[in-house]
Design a protein around this ligand. Sequence first.
Ligand code: S3P
Length: 176
Amino acid sequence: MINSHIVVLGYMGCGKTTVSSKLETILNLPSIDLDQFIENELNMSISQIFDTKGQIEFRKIENRFLEILLNKKTKSIISLGGGTPCYHNNMDLVLKYSKNVFFIKTSTEVLSSRLYKEKSKRPIIKSISSVSELKNFISKHLFERMIFYNQAHHVIDDNDNGIDSVCRKIVSKLIL
Ligand code: S3P
């Protein structure tokens, strides 16, 4: 039993969704990915929402669905979108509703090589054409976002030790 949601956040490509599904098995708790929840509720992909409604509208939708998830009585593992903590009052909401907020910190090098292969699915980076351009973009973007990410209760350094090590660190720090 747990009496506060577990929230996993971090930049695109840091492995939030994978970590959350692994934690789901280890802790026997439901895991919910905010982007997937939005896609299911609106019956549209995140890319379609960006294309048809624009980013400002997406951020409003994201804020609304985050609040819905945090308000659910059943405690769960919630993985946020990479930008979620940085818009509206999202980070305040997360910290209000959860005592277990984890930032998975991953290096720019690892993120850029992972994201380059799957950038077409991600509206924020899809038009970037080379790995070096992507690396520059991520390093600036990450710097701007760090002020929000660092408000998490715990920073889990993923020094490329893999998902299992990240999960073990999270489990050892949980407040039940
Ligand atoms: C975004 C990250 C994405 C998704 C959207 C915007 C961002 O989530 O919410 O494309 O601003 O970093 P993932 O981090 O799950 O890819």
